[in-house]
Design a protein around this ligand. Structure first.
Ligand code: DX5
Ligand code: ZN
Length: 219
């Protein structure tokens, strides 16, 4: 699966930028990744629930909300209630991640848990039993266009093994620095869903970029 991140899109032309990745099957986004940043959990500010509500009205691509915010226990369920398909919170910010997963699912969304590059995966295996998605960050959250941190692939391999042996039931997603040079190693490590911001939106044709990435991930 390819999930373009609109962080690298032109926010003044958001509907057009979204329809550019909503076309024919091979060139179409599987999920649309929406980065919500609050200038507290990360040193950047993007958009919030009102914009997500408008995005939900303009596309039928499933919305993947990545909440880089403090106190997701309070704010994340609103994104699920609005109709986001997958709502991901950061384990470093959540107060009670098990309860939060239940709240997200009760509101009709898939529950995602994100871990920053320096966060240990093993500490959260039990918590992940309550989640549908694991988002492994391969850059420090906050900005698009950063360099891929290959060390995080060890966490992907561990998660893949626990999923393949039936200990966890998770979709494994990776976010940060995914492009034509890095996607193959991430695919080999066992990623199911690849977020790509600058690699999709900073080139000439977002739809063709999706097709090229998909071809590299699943040759
Ligand atoms: C970074 C965001 C990413 C970002 C990825 O904090 O979570 O989703 O948009 O951008 P690229 O693909 O350019 O690294
Ligand atoms: Zn993201």
């Amino acid at each position: 699966m390819i999930a373009p991140s609109i962080l690298s899109a032109d926010f003044a032309r958001l509907a057009d930028e979204i329809s550019a990745v909503g076309g024919e099957p091979g060139k179409r986004a599987d999920w649309l990744h929406v980065d919500v940043m609050d200038a507290h959990f990360v040193p950047n500010l993007t958009l919030g629930l009102p914009v997500v509500q408008s995005i939900l009205k303009t596309t039928d691509i499933p919305i993947d909300c990545h909440l880089m915010i403090e106190d997701p226990d309070r704010w994340a369920p609103g994104y699920a209630e609005a109709g986001a398909h997958n709502v991901t919170v950061h384990v470093e910010a959540a107060h009670n991640p098990v309860n939060l997963a239940k709240d997200l699912r009760a509101a009709g969304a898939k529950a995602g848990l994100a871990i920053k590059p320096g966060t240990n995966f093993d500490d959260y295996v039990e918590v992940l039993k309550h989640y549908d998605t694991l988002l492994v960050m391969s850059v420090e959250p906050g900005f698009g266009g950063q360099k891929f941190i290959a060390d995080v692939l060890d966490k992907v391999r561990k998660a893949r093994q626990l999923v393949d042996t039936g200990h966890l039931k998770l979709l494994v997603e990776i976010d940060g620095g995914i492009n034509a040079d890095t996607i193959e190693q991430a695919a080999e490590a066992g990623v199911d869903c690849f977020v790509a911001g600058s690699a999709v939106y900073n080139g000439k044709d977002p739809a063709e970029a999706i097709e090229a990435l998909r071809g590299l991930a699943a040759p």
